[in-house]
Design a protein around this ligand. Structure first.
Ligand SMILES: Nc1ncnc2c1ncn2[C@@H]1O[C@H](COP(=O)(O)OP(=O)(O)OP(=O)(O)O)[C@@H](O)[C@H]1O
Ligand SMILES: [Mg+2]
Length: 285
């Protein structure tokens, strides 16, 4: 049975189609021209060819009863080709919210996220939910805290699936090569429940890279692993994203990761704060 068919009828209660959608990748498609570029305001363009992703006054507010809960307030920021940015912040500060807006899993209350793709500046925030899903499949790799592998698929099938869905050739070979790179060449036919947490996250890293995405997002990728395993997984993620010259934006509580990042940003009171400014206001941290 092809892995895509197996996925349609998963037996595990933890399976979530929406989570699967996030990972499905490699879909080759072209957005209609009117959806491909930003709207009217030329100020939103960037002339910096190194900018891979940029935020333009990005805001997110959740409605709770009759109250507004403002999580992100008009964030503007550029992220560059090949850099590793560490996103720090207290629990509830908005790290996952920001990653979900950049990946198009969620939609903002205001502002935009632009991603340079196929030579165009695409406002992912101006796409429909379906178009965002297609864009994500093609251009974004995501590593989650809880791995989010599909339990009815083997390690190899999990990694190959994004490419199989799109009909791209060579998916199986590329998936095998990536699994070998993460040290799991001998576990291709193993199901996730027979893999350790660290091994599952290594499969998830291979899956996030299989479609050669423009950017990698990681939301607490070591948060569910013991310290030693987390360190191994993190080193692997950094090495693989660096070797492939991917932009990596990683949300974490672990401030010690900051020293390995090219740049550190803090989320505080709904704003993005540079490490220097944050340190100046938190001299004892
Ligand atoms: N769907 C939602 N509806 C209402 N509020 C939400 C929703 N999702 C997130 N929030 C709120 O937004 C705020 C930011 O949440 P978020 O998950 O982004 O924080 P975080 O920095 O990732 O935290 P953690 O470190 O614990 O993962 C929290 O106060 C949270 O309660
Ligand atoms: Mg979070």
């Amino acid at each position: 049975m092809k892995c895509a068919e197996k996925v349609r009828n998963p037996s595990c209660e933890h399976f979530s189609p929406s989570r699967f959608d996030v990972h499905a990748s490699g879909f080759t498609h072209h957005l209609p021209p009117q959806m491909n570029t930003h709207r009217e305001n030329s100020r939103r363009r960037t002339d910096d060819p190194r900018a891979r992703v940029w935020l333009d006054r990005l805001s997110k507010t959740y409605r709770e009863g009759d109250q507004d809960h403002i999580v992100l307030k008009e964030l503007s920021q550029e992220f560059y080709e090949g850099e590793f940015v560490c996103l720090l912040g207290k629990s509830g500060s908005g790290k996952s919210t920001l990653l979900n807006l950049i990946s198009g899993i969620d939609a903002p209350s205001g502002g935009d996220v632009f991603i340079r793709a196929d030579g165009q500046q695409v406002a992912i925030t101006r796409l429909s939910e379906h178009q965002r899903t297609l864009f994500r499949r093609s251009h974004i790799g995501i590593v989650f805290q809880f791995f989010n592998l599909i339990p009815t698929l083997t390690a190899l099938e999990n990694v190959a699936l994004p490419l199989e869905l799109t009909g791209r050739a060579g998916g199986r070979e590329r998936a095998i090569a990536l699994l070998e790179q993460v040290g799991l060449g001998a576990r291709l036919g193993t199901y996730p429940d027979k893999l350790s947490g660290g091994e599952q996250q290594r499969v998830a890293i291979a899956r996030a890279l299989v479609h050669d995405p423009l950017l990698l997002l990681a939301d607490e990728p070591t948060g569910h692993l013991d310290v030693e395993t987390g360190e191994t997984v993190l080193s692997l993620l950094l090495e693989m994203s660096h070797n492939a010259n991917k932009m990596l934006l990683m949300a974490t509580h672990a401030s010690e990761l900051a020293r390995r990042a090219d740049r550190v940003l803090h989320i505080e009171d709904g704003k993005l704060v540079s490490d220097e400014a944050w340190q100046a206001h938190h001299p004892d941290s």
